[in-house]
Design a protein around this ligand. Structure first.
Ligand code: AMP
Length: 226
């Protein structure tokens, strides 16, 4: 398998909520020895630790708004500076063109992966998700159904659909994502570093992502995907 001569790879992954970005990121990090820098996780960690930055960011997150760019720069650019010689996969940052321009100036990325899963597929998938609220156990009517329809396997208590998972709410979240990220995607398209992967399922998309990344960086293991 051909691998290009880049020693350290700086990559970004984008994709709408529910598209399988978490699954694909996990596999990338494992197969290519990359460090996963997820802005949402970092923010939640700062809040848990009660840092100044966490205190400033918390009200915006609670309100479902974007955290102001200056706070995000403090958080992410500092983190990336510590990882100068490491391969990293950024996730959740940038979310605005200003953020994209700033990070591109300081730490240019070579690769932007965009997971393009049709909205109808995501809505259909999330629609089948049911939760046992007290324990957090998650079921799916198609992929992992409970033994008794609508009941938790362990307690027999009723399952509920999270407000976030209702089709009309999911549709709204997807539209918001599209509106927000379109300019960022266009920015990377103009930079000539955006690669789009289209498909319905992670298992269908993953071999293509793996093959593409293998041309940029040597994988830890050569997995043969048909
Ligand atoms: P996430 O887990 O990526 O969905 O992020 C959770 C929340 O953190 C978002 O709803 C935003 O309020 C905030 N956040 C994460 N990344 C960014 C970013 N790049 N710019 C601004 N706000 C962000």
């Amino acid at each position: 398998m051909a691998t290009a001569g880049i020693k350290v790879l700086k990559a970004l992954i984008m994709g709408p909520p529910g598209c399988g970005k978490g699954t694909i990121s996990e596999r990338i990090v494992k197969d290519f020895a990359m460090i996963h820098v997820a802005s949402g996780d970092n923010l939640r960690r700062q809040i848990l630790q009660g840092t100044e930055l966490g205190k400033k960011a918390e009200p915006y997150i609670d309100d479902g708004q974007l955290v102001p760019d200056e706070i995000m720069f403090d958080l992410i650019l500092g983190e990336l500076a510590k990882l100068k010689n490491a391969n990293w996969l950024l996730d959740g940052f940038p979310r605005t063109v200003t953020q994209a321009q700033a990070v591109q100036k300081i730490e240019p990325k070579e690769v932007v992966i965009d997971l393009n899963v049709p909205f109808e597929v995501i809505i259909e998938r999330i629609k089948g998700r049911w939760v046992h609220i007290p324990s957090g156990r998650i079921y799916h009517t198609e992929f992992s159904p409970p033994k008794v329809p609508g009941k938790d396997d362990v307690t027999g208590e009723p399952l509920e659909q999270r407000h976030d998972d209702k089709p009309e709410t999911v549709q709204k979240r997807l539209e918001a994502y599209k509106k927000m990220t379109e300019p960022v995607l266009n920015f990377y398209r103009d930079e000539g570093i955006l690669t789009e992967f289209t498909g319905n399922y992670s298992n269908e998309i993953w071999p293509h992502v793996h093959k593409f990344l293998s041309t940029k960086i040597t994988p830890l293991q050569y997995t043969v995907y048909k």
